[in-house]
Design a protein around this ligand. Sequence first.
Ligand code: HEC
Length: 134
Amino acid sequence: MKNVKYLLLVGIFAIATLSFTSAIQDEWVVPAKYKTMKNPTDAKDSENIALGKSLYAKQCSSCHGKKGWGDGSKAKEMKGDLGDFSSKKTQGDTDGELYYKITFGRNDMPAFDKKIASEEDRWLVVNFLRTLAK
Ligand code: HEC
């Protein structure tokens, strides 16, 4: 009987731990349609990059930090993994995946489909994220 109670406790603890960690750090699920979506803008154009940079400064850096290291002034209040935009992990995303994350958000990451209403502008932010690679 004692053993059963013990096992039950261990089981409950394991489930609680698992759901807690998976809620915080599970991978984003990006629909295939977005993963392979083609960036319609010219990522090399310097005017485009300047526009993306100013959008980033206004809309993203308060949480993600100036260089995308996840160290903005509001970062400490955020739940979830802000990521590091200079890292291989974030840079390994396709443009479409980044576009999806910016457009729809999740948890504490806001959706920008209305705040940056122009699709083109959201692609320009993606282009700017590429300049943050290490
Ligand atoms: C209010 C704070 C906040 C703002 C503003 C914000 N984000 Fe986020 N972002 C988050 C949080 C929190 C997460 C982690 C969400 C999760 O996984 O639960 C995140 C996750 C991300 C991710 C996924 C992590 C990775 O490395 O792939 C990307 C990409 C991203 N944000 C880009 C942006 C961009 C671009 C902007 C501006 C248009 C922006 N975010 C604005 C809080 C913010």
